[in-house]
Each structure stands twice: as C-alpha cells, then as structure tokens.
Write a protein that binds this ligand. Structure first.
Ligand code: AP5
Length: 213
C-alpha cells in the first residue's frame, strides 16, 4: 500500500495514519514528526526548520523533499508507505511523482480527511504531546488519566509551539494557499478519496479502513 494522507491542520492525519500503521504494518512517514525530531536533536536541519515551524510557515521545499527522498530510499518497497504531511505544495507533489516514477512505485491513493474548521481548531487547541515519548493526548477527547502526565511513560505533557491560537490561524492560511492546490493535482490523477473526519477516532478509522485500496 502506497498512500498519502492529507487534510487541514488538526484534521486527524497523524491519528489515522498511526491507526493504519498499527493495523496493517505499513510504515508511517510523517514530515512533521521528522522535523520535530530534528529540532529535539538540535541538528542543523532542526535549527533551520524551527524558524519556520514556530510561525506556522512551511519549511522550504528543497529541505523537505530531500528528507523524504532519503527516508523513502531506506524503505523496503514491499512494505509500502503512508506519507502524512507531504506533499504540501505543488512543487513537492511533482517531486514526489518523479521520485515514485523512478522507483516504479506509483501511488495507490490519496486520502483526504475532511473536518469543519471549528472542529479542527478545537482539536489543535486541546492537543497535548508527551515531551519524552511523543504520545498524543487531547484535554477533552483523549485526556490522560493523570492531568499533565503521559499514560505511557509518565513524561510531562506539553502544547506544541505551533498550537497557539495565532499560529493555528496562520497554518490554515498556508494550507489554503499552498496545499489546497495539491488536492486538485491528485483529483486530476483520479487518486483522491475524501473521508468524513468527524466523530470519534474509531468512527473515522472505520471509514478510512473501508476506503483503503
Ligand atoms: P504537521 O505536524 O504535519 O502538522 P499539520 O499538518 O498542521 O497537522 P497536525 O499534526 O497539526 O494535525 P493532524 O491532522 O495530524 O491531527 P492529529 O492527528 O495530530 O506539520 C507541522 C509543521 O511542520 C508545518 O506547519 C510545517 O512548518 C512543517 N512541515 C511538515 N511537513 C511539511 C512539508 N511537507 N513541507 C513543508 N513544511 C512541512 O490530531 C489533532 C488532535 O485532535 C490530537 O489531540 C488528537 O488526539 C485529536 N483527535 C484526532 N482525531 C480525533 C477525533 N476523531 N476526535 C476527537 N479528537 C481527535
């Protein structure tokens, strides 16, 4: 299975990609997570990415295309992949098309998770992430058993820097301007499948699983 998972900030891409990966064993490749790992490690890539991410801006295409290409080249083609958060611009989509054509591995589909904007904002504003292990919670929808502490490792739960109100608004603007045109690209290729992303994680996952190729 070679899939893309798309949607606005807070649509639930990461949540659903993790569920698909757990159920089907498909490697989950999240550019957002790779960049946040780079920031945590204090690498040069992380220092560069942080300047953009903290403001809700996209990291430059050449940087992100490079890390995706490197990641895909290390993957076992037989296992496929589930790309979450990439491509986000037409230039990235065209670079991915070329990469996959060289590898002889065409996409099987592009899932678009659709959620009304006010719901997506509610999800982002309440999201908390474990600083130690990265496990995700939500203060209302998926609260930890001990407030402020991770159920998995006990680490502290923090808010992502880009989940502040003003930065969230900026991320939506960037999505409309840069990423919405990518949907038309895949619609034209007959690959796009829209999935209702409202309801519980499990409701959405049932729809996602039913739409997989
Ligand atoms: P990235 O990490 O990809 O952020 P995003 O696309 O804005 O998406 P989010 O992670 O915020 O939301 P999501 O849709 O994954 O929702 P989630 O499942 O977490 O990118 C961050 C930044 O990195 C970008 O702004 C950019 O700077 C940079 N970047 C990344 N990729 C790039 C690229 N290709 N090019 C350039 N720059 C790039 O869910 C959100 C919350 O809702 C959670 O708390 C969750 O528990 C909860 N939730 C999920 N589903 C449900 C449900 N059904 N019901 C109730 N709550 C739910």
């Amino acid at each position: 299975m070679r899939l893309l998972i798309m949607g606005t900030p807070g649509a639930g891409k990461g949540t659903q990609a993790a569920l698909v990966a757990a159920r089907f064993g498909t490697p989950h490749i999240s550019t957002g997570e790779m960049l946040r790992d780079a920031i945590r490690n204090g690498s040069r890539l992380g220092r560069e990415a942080e300047r953009y991410m903290a403001q809700g801006l996209l990291v430059p295409d050449e940087v992100v295309i490079g890390i995706v290409e490197e990641q895909l080249s290390g993957q076992d083609p037989a296992r496929g992949f589930l790309l979450d958060g990439f491509p986000r611009t037409l230039a990235q989509a065209r670079a991915l098309d070329a990469m996959l054509a060289r590898r002889g591995e065409p996409l099987c589909g592009v899932l678009l998770i659709s959620v009304p904007r006010d719901e997506a904002i509610r999800r982002l504003a309440g999201r908390r992430v474990c600083e130690a292990c990265g496990t995700m919670f939500h203060v209302d929808f998926e609260p930890p058993s001990r407030p402020g502490h991770c159920d998995r490792c006990g680490g502290p739960l923090v808010q992502r820097v880009d989940d502040q109100e003003e930065t969230i608004a900026h991320r939506f603007e960037v999505y409309t301007r840069e990423t919405a045109p990518v949907l038309a690209h895949y619609q034209g290729a007959g690959l796009l499948r829209e999935i209702d992303g409202t309801g519980s994680r499990e409701d959405v996952f049932r729809r996602v699983a039913a739409s997989l190729p």
